[in-house]
Design a protein around this ligand. Structure first.
Ligand SMILES: [Ca+2]
Ligand SMILES: [Ca+2]
Length: 324
């Protein structure tokens, strides 16, 4: 079985257990969810950092030692002490406008826009032999099987320019985080900026506000774009966003970093041990809910296929440079 097929069948995107309570309920439905998602603001005002940064859009993350990992899901263990040097990090997830500037300058074509190498993925179903991305489509109802194909669909033609597939666009969404980005796309953008992607330890340390004593709550955070209601059929949007939010709509953490938790998952450079071709992603997304994916925590993690674009995943960059 290929990794791509395995993803759709076994649920790599949503490794979390689906709690069976209430499945079969009718929801507000996908149309209502789309209306809510379209009703949100197109940009949010961010607080200017107290100190100006020598690296545009980045904040300094001091070095230190901390206990990495968590104990909620098995893949977060073991807890282990790690040391991290200080580094610079993007305040926000990389936006559509930023990624568009990269594409305009370089002519870069993302993985989701290129022909699929069918030889490298024997046995792909016909639709997955076309360029595209995996898109969340809110179902009207689900059965209790936990089969994620009920809400994740491979959509030919979906990519960062049209994240919902043909007929959708990012017009007016400059300040939304770019999505449908495969690992090598994120690496290419970072290299163009003279930067890199964070390691898992860097990302987690920054998410813990560079504080070894930061609280390690397992509760759903208030200041993050996550999912309220019974995933995937009831989306209460109590945080103000039924879909992806523009960057910077929620309070930043103590370092001035926005949306580390929630909104989009973020790529890290760490290979996911025991899963060839997969990297660790961090922070959870707007799809994480107490009933489904309690991964809105610094120590949470998930494997993601490097070459598969999905629309709940983005990234931010880091820079090794002297402290301010
Ligand atoms: Ca939300
Ligand atoms: Ca995020």
């Amino acid at each position: 079985m290929t990794v791509r097929r395995k993803l759709l069948i076994s649920g790599v995107i949503g490794l979390a257990l689906v709690v069976g309570l209430g499945f079969g309920l009718w929801s507000y439905g996908g149309r209502e969810a789309a209306r809510l998602a379209d009703a949100g603001p197109l940009r949010c005002d961010m607080v200017e950092p107290a100190a100006s940064s020598p690296h545009e859009g980045m904040v300094w993350v001091p070095g230190g030692r901390f206990v990495m990992g968590d104990t909620y899901y098995p893949e977060e263990r073991p807890l282990r002490e790690v040391a991290v040097e200080g580094f610079w990090m993007d305040r926000t997830e990389v936006t559509n406008a930023e990624f568009a500037a990269f594409v305009e300058s370089t002519g870069y074509i993302t993985v989701a826009e290129r022909p699929v190498d069918a030889a490298a993925h024997p046995g792909l179903p016909p639709d997955m032999r076309k360029p595209g991305a995996v898109v969340f489509i809110m179902p009207n109802k689900v059965d209790g099987s936990g089969n994620i194909a009920q809400w994740w669909q491979y959509v030919p033609g979906a990519n960062w320019r049209q994240p919902g597939g043909p007929g959708t666009s990012i017009a007016g969404r400059d300040q939304f985080p770019v999505t449908a980005i495969a690992y090598q796309d994120a690496v290419a953008y970072a290299a163009w900026k003279g930067r890199a992607l964070p390691s898992e330890a860097q990302w987690e340390w920054a998410s813990r506000e560079a504080d070894p004593d930061a609280p390690n709550s397992h509760d759903q955070p208030r200041e993050a774009n996550t999912w309220q209601g019974l995933f995937p059929v009831i989306n209460l949007a109590e945080d103000g966003f039924a879909g992806i939010a523009p960057v910077g709509c929620f309070k930043p953490n103590a370092l001035g970093l926005y949306d580390m938790i929630g909104n989009l998952w973020e790529w890290t450079t760490d290979p996911f041990a025991g899963a060839p071709g997969m990297r660790v992603i961090k922070g959870g997304s707007w799809l994480c809910a107490p009933s489904y994916c309690v991964r809105y925590r610094p120590g949470a993690r998930q494997p993601q296929e490097e070459d598969l674009a999905t629309t709940h995943l983005g990234f931010r960059t880091v820079l090794a440079a002297p402290a301010p």
